[in-house]
Design a protein around this ligand. Sequence first.
Ligand code: SF4
Length: 324
Amino acid sequence: MADIPKEAPEHCPGTQSESAGKASACAGCPNQSLCSSGATRQPDPGIALVKERLSSVQNKLLVLSGKGGVGKSTVTSLISRYLAASNLDKNVGILDIDICGPSQPRVLGALGEQIHQSGSGWSPVYIEDNLSLMSIGFLLGSPSDAVIWRGPKKNGMIRQFLSEVDWGSLDYLILDTPPGTSDEHLSATSYLKGTGITGAIIVTTPPQVALLDVRKEIDFCRKVNIPILGVVENMSVFVCPKCKNTAEIFPASTGGAETMSKELNVEFLGSIPLDPLLARCCDEGKNFLTEMPNSPTVSALNDICNRIIQKCEEEKENCPNNFA
Ligand code: SF4
């Protein structure tokens, strides 16, 4: 697909659609002559570049959430840290494609780090010897800078992230995506289709309002053929750090994520309790696993990560082409 150099109108039909350059929204668009020529419907060379770059990545996982505020980025960082810490021979990378709200640099204690470019691509920032991170947050001048980009520009950035980061050999590449199903998801899934996506982990909280949006996320995965590894329920209960008593902060009026998972025939990976010290660790960029090793959150994470590892193995058996 040829690059779209200028911003497209809000109701752009999609530069690869049959009506590209011909729809009513295209009238007056600066890209109209390029789109109507058919050049944008050619196979995107970025797909082959991404396939080549990620050929030494064993498992590519998407972390999704229907709503914002359910702790998706926190869960991404915990799962990544856990996978890296539980086996030092395994290499884990995090790609933060939440372009409008990148939070991994803060959560992983890498705010202010710089990206270096070498002949083999962008070097990710190393959080641990076997845990690396790439985020749009590293390319912004300040954490409070707003990113106001429309679809084509986001698409270009995701293509660069997927094709130009020099990850080396990875066992797990975990993509932290924005809430909902937006340009970032469509771009990532279309660029990854040549190399295969192992599966999606869907994060939610117990209330019905969050679960309704999770149903849309599950529907999205099914429509674009992404295997669903399972659902993680975050902030299931509050555990008092002193007395260890529990309380439901977000009541599961309809049975929570476990009931919904059964109903929709997807695996329920487990619940992560709300620990106020976790929020503090994330704000300060500290490693919760080593700061609070006895927290119920860590033991919940142990079960969830073991299940994720097992599900990845099952997907490998189901779909050997993903790992060619
Ligand atoms: S001309 Fe191309 S970029 Fe512009 S609105 Fe139409 S399809 Fe989208």
